[in-house]
Each structure stands twice: as structure tokens, then as C-alpha cells.
Design a protein around this ligand. Structure first.
Ligand SMILES: Cc1cc2nc3c(=O)[nH]c(=O)nc-3n(C[C@H](O)[C@H](O)[C@H](O)COP(=O)(O)OP(=O)(O)OC[C@H]3O[C@@H](n4cnc5c(N)ncnc54)[C@H](O)[C@@H]3O)c2cc1C
Length: 398
């Protein structure tokens, strides 16, 4: 009998892992993807959706045709339990599926409990919430006032907060509101441009310059105490009133992973550099679902951004190691998260910054930030290219 690989999740990590393992072992393996969502979502474009610059259909596609074309079975269901001893996955449709190898790529959910009253603010970290944020933005345009964009204590996805901040500034200017709107950025980062990766040379000055140029105020290295209907209260007692707000919270993993004994208290699966779970040789975890230790202590906790590029890299490493195991070899591919290259584009409306470094986490040899309008154009081109690449299943392309 051919070995069966079950992949949980069908976004950056899951889709890449499923197609890569099928590619590695063509014909010698049965691959099944089980996912709570039947559409791929290009999350980086959620920064544009509230401003009406993207519709959900522009940044999503159905995964079943892509997977089925590659000979992979797709099941639209959410996993509710994994039994690593029996090697089974239970789903919310009541079915129990057996695996020889399991890849967990179930990503994140928002830690809504991090700040009391967070439900009073908007966010863009999921498609549904980004659509709601669009409605909040349209209400704001009718009744403008102050704007607060924040990344809370423990957040890691600072890139999205910065991108949304600068896109908001750009939209305020287009609407002729920039002179009478107080726009404030609140962040747990110890300095501007830390990004949850420890910062890069000249990053603090560059981000400071971007904020100054757009007339944006900042509150740095501070936690949010609570959110009220129309104000954010900071840990030092300062009250920042808002007519529109967008807050990036920390991410958690999925509860069923913790309940199944695979994950830590936050729902992230501790992994080895091979992306095998620390506990089980035949269980892998990639992307946001894989635990990453935060390598620094800051007075306000700051997370690490588990971005798309490392997620894809981890998925390829996991696929190659599963292929090794299926062939009876040792799973020798290793690429620890911190050693993966940092490759990112921060969009700023009609401008941006390209972020490149030899490693996600310090110590690094090289790291560079390249600002300019070409970064915005690169982001637009990358969106089209990436969606095309994933929809056609060309995960071997860069
Ligand atoms: C607003 C925003 C902007 C971003 N911008 C960038 C950027 O510019 N560049 C960049 O590199 N990264 C960016 N990121 C980060 C990027 O989104 C993540 O790196 C990426 O989503 C990680 O992919 P993943 O597959 O691990 O998880 P996810 O994308 O979270 O996918 C998880 C998958 O698992 C499925 N799932 C969840 N629960 C279950 C379950 N119980 N059973 C089965 N399936 C389940 C989901 O339906 C989904 O298919 C951004 C993130 C956000 C929120």
C-alpha cells in the first residue's frame, strides 16, 4: 500500500507542502488535504481590502481544482483532533482519517483576549474582519475624526500594521482629510522598525522619517491597557480617542492541536529544524502553526513574524524529509526558522520598502532596507505572480 500523507490547512504552508510532497514522490504516495477553508487567501493584500482596492475574489481562489489537478484529494472540513498514537485525524464532519505522515499547517487565529475590549476596534488579520474594517472605514469617511493604528503587546505581524498605517495615511490624503485627522501609531516594538525581527541597519531612522513625512504620531514600546468604544487606553494611562482604529493582535495556534497534545499552551507545535514535531517523527508542522522561540526579552513582549517566505521554505523542507522517510532514509533536510532569509516588501500606498536579510533572526551578516516607489510596484507584481503560481500549483518556482 502507498503511504498516505494528510496535510491540515490549504494556505501558504498547506498548499505548498501538499503539492511539494506530491512532486517529490509522484505516484508513490497518496496525498490528502483537509482544510477549514476551501479557498486560498493571499493575506498580504488584506491591507488594501478595507479601502476598496481589492475585492475578496481578487485575492482568493478555490483550492480543490489546483489540488485535484495534481492528483491530491481535497476534503473541506476542519480537523478537531489528532491522535498521534493511532495516527488519525478527526474532522468536524465526524470522519476519522488515518495517516502515515501528517503535516500541520493550520496557521493562526487572533488572540482576542490580549486586550480587554479589543472587539471595539477593527482588524485586518482575517478576510471576514477585513471586510468589516472596510465598512468601518466607509463610516469614518462620512464622520471623520482621529485614527489609531496599533500592534499590541505580543504581536508579531508588525509588517501588516505598518503597511496599513501608511496606506491609511495615503487614503487620508486622497480624501483630503490628512490635515484635520490625527493619525497615531501605537506599537509594542522597543523602537520603530524593529518589525519583530530585531530591526535592520538604519531601519529606525527610515521608519521615523516615513512617519514624520506623513505627519503620523507614534507611541513606541507600550502596551494597550484596554479598548473602549471610541478610545484606546495605553498602559501609562494615556487615552487615544478614535473614530477609526485598526489593531493587530498576537496570533495563537488552533486549540485542537493543544488538546491533542501536539502543541504548546499557545497552540503552536514545537518542531525540530527538520520541521518534525519534537515528539513524533511522522508529524510535521510548518508556517504559523510551528512554534518559534522569541529570541529577546523586551519590557513589553514582542512576537516574531512568521511570514510567507519562511512558511514556504518550511513546507518544502517538510516535503523533502517526508520523501526521505518514505524511501527509508533519514530526514536530513534542516533549515531552522532563524536561518531562513528575510524577504519582504512593505507597501506604503504609493511608496514602500523592500526588506532583505540573510537571516530572519539575528545575528546577521547582511540586512538592507530599500525605500522607494519601486517597492509598491514590486508588491503589486508579486501579488499577481504569487496568486498565479499557487493557483497553477507551480510551487517549485521561487
Ligand atoms: C494582514 C496580513 C498581512 C500579511 N502580509 C504579509 C506579507 O506582506 N508578506 C509575508 O510574507 N507574509 C505576510 N503575512 C503573513 C502570512 O499571512 C503568513 O505567513 C501565512 O498566512 C502563513 O501561512 P500558513 O499556511 O502557516 O497559515 P494560514 O495562512 O493561517 O493558513 C491556515 C490554513 O489552515 C486552515 N485551518 C485552520 N484551522 C484548521 C483546522 N482546524 N483544520 C483544517 N484546516 C484548518 C485555514 O483554513 C487555512 O487554510 C501577513 C499576514 C497578515 C494577517
Amino acid at each position: 500500500m502507498r503511504p498516505r500523507v494528510v496535510v491540515l490547512g490549504s494556505n501558504f504552508g498547506g498548499l505548498t507542502a501538499a503539492l511539494a510532497v506530491q512532486h517529490e514522490l509522484a505516484g508513490d504516495v497518496d496525498v490528502m488535504v483537509v482544510s477549514a477553508s476551501d479557498r486560498f487567501l493571499f493575506t498580504p493584500s488584506l491591507i488594501w481590502l478595507p479601502f476598496g482596492k481589492r475585492m475578496p475574489s481578487d485575492i482568493t481562489f478555490p483550492v480543490a481544482p489546483t489540488l485535484e489537478h495534481a492528483g491530491i484529494e481535497f476534503v473541506h472540513a476542519a480537523a478537531t483532533a489528532v491522535d498521534p498514537a493511532a495516527r488519525t485525524v478527526t474532522t468536524d464532519d465526524g470522519a476519522v482519517r488515518v495517516y502515515d505522515y501528517l503535516v500541520v499547517a493550520t496557521g493562526y487565529r487572533n488572540d482576542e483576549g490580549v486586550v480587554p475590549g479589543l472587539e471595539n476596534t477593527s482588524t485586518i488579520t482575517t478576510l471576514d474582519r477585513a471586510i468589516e474594517t472596510g465598512a468601518a472605514w466607509r463610516r469614518f469617511l462620512e464622520q471623520p475624526g482621529d485614527v489609531v493604528i496599533a500592534a499590541t503587546q505580543g504581536a508579531g505581524c508588525f509588517g501588516a500594521a505598518y503597511e496599513f498605517l501608511f496606506n491609511t495615511a495615503h487614503q487620508l490624503k486622497k480624501a483630503g482629510l490628512h490635515k484635520r485627522t490625527r493619525l497615531t501609531y501605537v506599537t509594542s516594538e522597543p523602537f520603530l522598525g524593529h518589525f519583530g525581527i530585531g530591526g535592520l541597519p538604519h531601519g529606525e531612522q527610515l521608519l521615523g522619517m516615513f512617519l514624520k513625512k506623513q505627519g503620523i504620531e507614534s507611541r513606541v514600546g507600550i502596551a494597550l491597557e484596554r479598548a473602549e468604544e471610541d478610545a484606546i487606553i495605553l498602559a501609562n494611562g494615556e487615552r487615544l480617542p478614535f473614530s477609526f482604529s485598526m489593531v493587530v493582535p498576537p496570533f495563537l495556534g488552533q486549540d485542537f492541536l493543544r488538546d491533542s497534545g501536539l502543541a504548546d499552551a499557545k497552540g503552536f507545535v514545537p518542531v525540530r529544524p527538520t520541521y518534525q514535531s519534537e515528539k513524533h517523527d511522522e508529524v510535521y508542522a510548518v508556517g504559523v502553526a510551528a512554534a518559534v522561540e522569541v529570541p529577546w526579552t523586551t519590557s513589553v513582549p514582542v512576537g516574531v513574524p512568521k511570514t510567507g517566505f519562511p512558511t514556504e521554505q518550511q513546507a518544502h523542507v517538510a516535503a523533502r524529509n517526508i520523501a526521505h522517510q518514505v524511501r527509508g532514509e533519514a530526514p536530513t533536510d534542516e533549515r531552522p526558522f532563524g536561518d531562513i532569509k528575510a524577504v519582504c516588501v512593505m507597501d506604503a500606498g504609493n511608496n514602500g520598502v523592500v526588506i532583505l536579510a540573510d537571516k530572519m533572526l539575528p545575528p546577521r551578516k547582511h540586512g538592507v532596507l530599500v525605500p522607494g516607489p519601486q517597492a509598491h510596484l514590486m508588491k503589486l507584481a508579486f501579488e499577481k505572480y504569487f496568486l498565479w503560481k499557487m493557483e497553477h500549483g507551480y510551487v517549485q518556482l521561487p
